[in-house]
Write a protein that binds this ligand. Sequence first.
Ligand code: BMA
Length: 335
Amino acid sequence: MTAPETTLINVESNHYPPLLLRHPNNPILTRAHWPYSINSVFNAGATLLQDGTTLLLCRIEDRRGLSHLCAAHSVNGVDNWQIDREPTLMPNPKDYPEEIWGIEDPRITFVPELQQYAITYTSYSRGGPGVSLALTKDFRNFERYGVIMPPDDKDSALLPRRINGYWALIHRPMTPLGAHMWISYSPDLRHWGRHRLMLEARRGAWWDANKIGLSPPPIETERGWLVLYHGVRHTPSGCLYRLGLALFDLENPETCLLRGDSWIFGPEADYERNGDVNDVVFPCGYTMDRDGDTVNIYYGAADCSIALARSSVRSLLSWLDANGTNDHSRRAGDV
Ligand code: BMA
């Protein structure tokens, strides 16, 4: 008797290509590393400092349930983290009442024109989450701009340069239309307008139905802004956070050039599947290696730890070429 045909299928050809590779040291930061008492560390913004070291601005949740931010430095971006002995940026509800229930999920953009890092973060106000902005040169002194997008809004990052003379901010307001990604423009980082819908959550059974949001700040490539975004699927056992990929026009970033249909990274490892919030991978930052192609993506795992996955811009773009579409009816998830 001959073997059933299925056994002859090349298993590899049946698998989705692994676009993001988990680091063997994962999770790279947990509460056990912290120099003071915390409940959990997750969702970190990331940047390379002038001397080439990696800085992670980590979200720390204390046992009250409130979050603040704490910086960790490492020469290789993987281990030997030097962690600030005290919180780096605490909520300041006295002067910024919108921070009453903490500050969360920072995204860092180095802005060459200002020679400063722009940090956008969620300020948890009585009215829900809003987007706040702070500028810093050294992650010691911060110039707070306060709320730049009122609640309910989050998952925000600034583009590193002006577009047609205006600063551009990606964010995720909750509107009667749903939880979609928007982009807004400003002449001075304080006054925001020309709001445009940028990417919609799909509908129905799609993995990114109903709720999406920007993950790390966009990666500028010759072909456009490469955007990793998270999609949230509501399941009977809770929310499932996964990542998808899209490409936007360099000079008109509200124009989507390509969007992948399938998700490219989701909770699989134990530290991603089990934690304070199960089944969450949530990147807020990346760094680029000197080769200009290798991206180190730092993500919160199950709201309990920080993990690292590596990818390559070239492979992400080729995947989008093979799997992306710019068909607008699909954007809404109708097919
Ligand atoms: C989102 C954000 C993230 C968090 C995730 C899962 O809404 O608030 O900070 O990691 O939920 O809890």
